[in-house]
Structures are given as C-alpha cells and as structure tokens.
Design a binder for this molecule. Structure first.
Ligand code: ARG
Length: 566
C-alpha cells in the first residue's frame, strides 16, 4: 500500500521536534478501529515540553496540516489519531490491484541480487520423511517470497549423498541383503538393512569400524565401494523425484555433499594456511569461542558434514555471488550451522554474515514421532497419497457433481498438508492430525481454497468477464464497514510479504491469507453482490476479483494451488 506512514511522518516532522525516521517508527496502526487508521502517541514529549502528554497531543493536532488522503485528525488523550479518507483508500488499493492483476503484489523485477536457498536436502538411502517435507515446503515458500520482493533465487537440494552412513550401508548390504532384494524392493530394502545395521552394531561395535573403513575407501576412490554408492544413490533419487513431482517442486541445483569431494582439500589447506586448525586427539578441528570445536577431519582423515558445508558455502559465494544463503533445516542442527558460519567468519570472509539458518520445529504424528534410525517412519509418499484419498472422500460427500475430482483432490489434499506445516511460527513443533489438517471450516488450507472457489463462483454467476472488472468504479458506492475492512486487508498484501521475508517466516503469509479469507466471507455474507444497480454491482465485483487475486497469490507464495471449484 502507498506508504501513508512515511507521508504522515513527513507532515508530523513540521510540527514535532524529531527526525522523520523516528516519527515513522512511533506511528502505530491501532487494532481498535475507533482509534483511526494511524495513531501517534505523544507521551515522550512531556518531559521536554514540560506539559501533560494530553495537552501536547491537542496542541500538535491543531497545528497539523491535513493532507487529502486523511479524512479527519482527532486528538484523544495522549494520541493523535488519523482516519484515512475512504475513497482515497479504495482508489489506492484498487489502482494497484488492477494495475498488476494476476501478479498482484508478487511481480517484481528480479534486480536485487541473488539468494541461494538450501532446502529439502534429504539423505540418500534413507527415506524422505516428514521432517524433510517441512524443509521442502518452507524452503519452496521462502524461494517464492524472496522472488516476490525482487531477488533472483537459486534453489539447492544439498543431497546427503556422502558420509559415514554409506560405509554402514555397504557393510549392511554385504551382510544382510543381496542384489535381487535391493532391485525388487528399492529404498524399502535399503532402509531395512540400515535399521538392522544399527541394531546389530549395538551388540557388536566392531561393525562401526568396518563401516568407517568402507567410507574411507569411498573417499579414496575405491571402485567397488563407489559403484555400490552410485547404485544406492540412483535408487533413492528415483524415489525422491516421485515426491517432488507430487508437490510440483523443481530445484535449480542438485549438487549434494558428494559434489564437494574434490573441492574439500583446497579448503582444508586454506584453513591450515590461515592457522585456524588444531589437532585434537588425532582429529583436525577449528576451535571456536563459546562453542564446541568444529570438526574438519577425523582421525582417519575422512571429512565431515561441516567440511562439506564450509566448502559448499565458498563454492556458492563464488558461483552465485549471493546476497544471502539461506539454510532450512530442523532446529536440532543449530549448533552445526553456528559452528561452520563461525569458521567462515574466521577465514576472513565478510559475507559470513549473509549466511542464514532458518530452523524449524519437529513434526510428531498421531501415532508417535519419526526417526529414521529406529525405523518408525512414515514414508512421505504414503502421507501425501492418504491426504489425497481422504480429500477425495470429503469432496464426494460435499460436492458429488464436481468435475475433475481427482485433480481437485490432489490440489486440496496436498495444499492442506503444506498449509498445516506453515500456519504457526515455523520454530514451533507441530502435532499432525488429520482432523485438524482437513477441516474445511478451521484455519486451514481447505478453508482458504474453499473461500477462493466461492468467490470464483459468485463472479462466474455475474456473467461478466474478468477483463470487464477494473478499478474504474464509482467509489462512493462502497460505504459499509465490511467492504472497507476487506479493502484494507487486500491493500496490506505487499507489506505482509516484506514482513514475511524480513522474518524468514512463511507463517505470516498463512495467517494473512486466513484473515483475508475471513474478511472476504464476512463481506460476502453481508452484501449481496449480484444486485440490479449496475454501478454497485460492478464496485462489489471489483472487490471480489481483488480478493481472488490476493488469495490466489498468497496461496501461491505458500506453494499451494487455488482450484476454481471444489
Ligand atoms: N541432509 C541433511 C539432513 O537430512 C540436511 C542438509 C541441510 N543442508 C546443509 N547444507 N547442511 O539432516
């Protein structure tokens, strides 16, 4: 929305002894509508001016020159309240909406520089589980949010395709499986033997040594070990692709951990040359103040997760010259990121401050939580399929005549799961429950999608074409509170996107779109839209269409589709 705060700050600066920027910070947007659209508190001037804040507010209020976009200025107690002129507000919002149409609030020249977003990043030979789903949907949403405010984003799937777990898998394969079983059962078999390895290693710790030896062999280029690794990787990737297809997600880069194998040596040498490394119990580490040291190589010379991340960050800065590099992972990895960010800072790279970890909470399922190690996993594909099936069932009951039931069930079922992942601050743990996720009346994805379909339906009944609806309306026709509330909600959209980006918080978009949907529904219940009076009808339809663009684009920012009917 037009930057009213800024303009008000400029006007206030003529009256108040204070910098424009500070005034702008002080201006509030009251939640109570009776206090106007903007409010300026005067408490802090009492000391300097030696008068009561109420008297000061009254004095200031008299002196302020009322700009056209303000309908009235009122002084209540220690506050100066500003009421936006309704017609001006309607015009400002609708001008922007119909100027940008389908791209309302999300179209930007991508001229602010590059942002790398590292997300999803599942581990090869382990299943893609619900934690990776969270990373995938949050990362995808951040990608769209940052593009909407003008960055060019690069999505990287930093596949966990290197590391000691492959040593374990090779040992497990040789001991507990064979070619045929793996070929027939794919990732399920890999998971089975990975779990079995951990059970057996509890009884016989020498298995761990064997695993380490096999990983070292891989690092040294042993052909047999490497060909097994490649095979496991191909099997896993095929599985991941299926899940990405269901979600409609593509990556710009699939450079995983293994990609950095031939690049780590140079980085380790650089760390040595900069005198940052120490040998501690045979391992090479970088010591960090107030944190445990960051491990660079193990006793046997093999590299670690952090070694690959340091190398990857250097590579990415070089390759993409990023403004920010964002990592979306579970909160449990906080220390890892704090450590390796610090190492990069110690290497003398100023851009270390542009590395951002965006942590999220755990997901627990109705029947226990999830961990790959003990095998209690719910394969993501199963979860998504179940969401689609359950949604199909609901649609069959609610709207048996609907065409394209399968397509809609997919968009709503998947949307429901994605929405649930981002409705609360992402740092919070979530407890997954079907009842909550698929509730069409709650604060859910289906509720928002349903609102969109309802708006579309009333619009279609008008018999008008979308091109016929524009900002060329008689603004005096819009008078009621609920219409004004809807206009304000629509007008907030761009600010909301900025806030979501600044806080790395897609939930701000999710909350917004629920409020927007609620606001639309209130407007819709209170006002007949398809009235006889043509100017009134056109004015109301322009709000319907404005709400549709906003809801659709907000859902898009979350990675959710907006079906026209459901
Ligand atoms: N593969 C890791 C996991 O599943 C996540 C990787 C995150 N990205 C990174 N650059 N470390 O836990």
């Amino acid at each position: 929305m037009k930057d009213y705060k800024l303009v008000l700050a400029e006007i206030l600066a003529n009256v108040v002894e204070m910098k424009k920027e500070d005034i702008e910070d002080l201006i509030e947007v009251p939640t109570n509508k009776d206090m106007g659209d903007f409010s300026f508190p005067c408490f802090r001037f009492a000391k300097i001016l030696k008068k009561s804040p109420n008297a000061i507010a009254a004095e200031f209020a008299k002196k302020i020159e009322r700009p056209d976009f303000i309908e009235k200025i009122e002084n209540v107690n220690a506050y100066i309240n500003f009421y936006l002129d309704k017609e001006e507000l309607i015009k400002t919002v609708l001008d922007k909406v119909f100027d940008e149409k389908e791209n309302y609030a999300i179209e930007q020249k991508k001229d602010k520089g590059n942002i790398v977003i590292d997300y999803s990043s599942p581990n090869i030979a382990k299943p893609f589980h619900i934690g990776h789903l969270r990373s995938t949907v949050i990362g995808n949403s951040l990608y769209r949010i940052f593009e909407a405010i003008g960055y060019k984003c690069i999505s990287v799937n930093h596949l966990g395709d290197w590391g000691t777990q492959f040593g374990k898998l090779i040992v497990a394969y040789r001991l507990y499986s064979n070619k045929e079983e793996v070929e027939n059962k794919g990732i399920e078999e890999l998971l089975r033997i990975y779990v079995k390895f951990h059970e057996e290693a509890k009884k016989d710790p020498s298995l761990e040594n064997l695993a380490r030896e096999n990983f070292t062999k891989m690092e040294q280029g042993d052909e047999e070990a490497l060909s097994l690794w490649k095979w496991f990787k191909e099997i896993s990737l095929k599985e991941f692709e299926r899940v990405y297809d269901i979600l409609g997600i593509k990556f710009d880069s699939l450079n995983g951990e293994a990609f950095y194998n031939d690049k780590m040596d140079a980085v380790i040498k650089e760390l040595d040359a900069k005198n940052l490394t120490k040998i501690s119990e045979g391992a090479k580490v970088v010591e960090i103040e107030d944190m445990s040291p960051c491990l660079i190589t193990k006793k046997d010379g093999s590299t670690l997760y952090a070694t690959r991340d340091i190398t990857a960050a250097l590579y990415r800065q070089n390759m993409y010259n990023f403004q920010k590099c964002i990592y979306v992972t579970a909160l449990a990895q906080n220390l890892h990121f704090a450590q390796f960010f610090k190492v990069i800072e110690k290497m003398g790279y100023k851009w270390a401050e542009d590395l951002v970890h965006v942590p999220f909470g755990m997901v627990s399922m109705e029947n226990g939580s999830i961990s790959t190690r003990n095998g209690n996993v719910l394969l993501l594909e199963e979860l998504l399929t179940e969401a689609i099936n359950k949604t199909k069932q609901i649609i069959k009951e609610k709207n048996p005549k609907l065409e394209n039931k399968d397509k809609v069930a997919k968009e709503v079922g998947i949307g429901a799961i994605i929405f649930d992942d981002m409705y609360n601050n992402i740092i919070k743990d979530i407890h997954f429950s079907w009842e909550k996720v698929l509730n069409f009346d709650g604060e859910t994805g289906p509720y928002v999608q349903y609102t969109y379909a309802r708006a579309n339906s009333v619009f279609c009944k008008s018999g008008m074409k979308i091109e016929d609806i524009d900002n060329n309306i008689d603004v005096s026709k819009i008078t009621d509170e609920l219409s004004m509330a809807l206009i304000k909600e629509i007008g907030k959209f761009s600010d909301i996107i900025q806030e979501a980006a600044a806080k790395y918080e897609p939930s701000i978009i999710a909350r917004y779109v629920v409020n927007l949907a609620k606001s639309f529904n209130k407007f819709y219940h209170e006002n007949s839209i398809l009235v006889d009076e043509p100017n009134l009808k056109k004015a109301r339809l322009s709000l319907v269409v404005g709400a549709m663009y906003s809801i659709k684009n907000a859902l898009w920012l979350l990675g959710i589709k907006a079906p026209k009917q459901m």
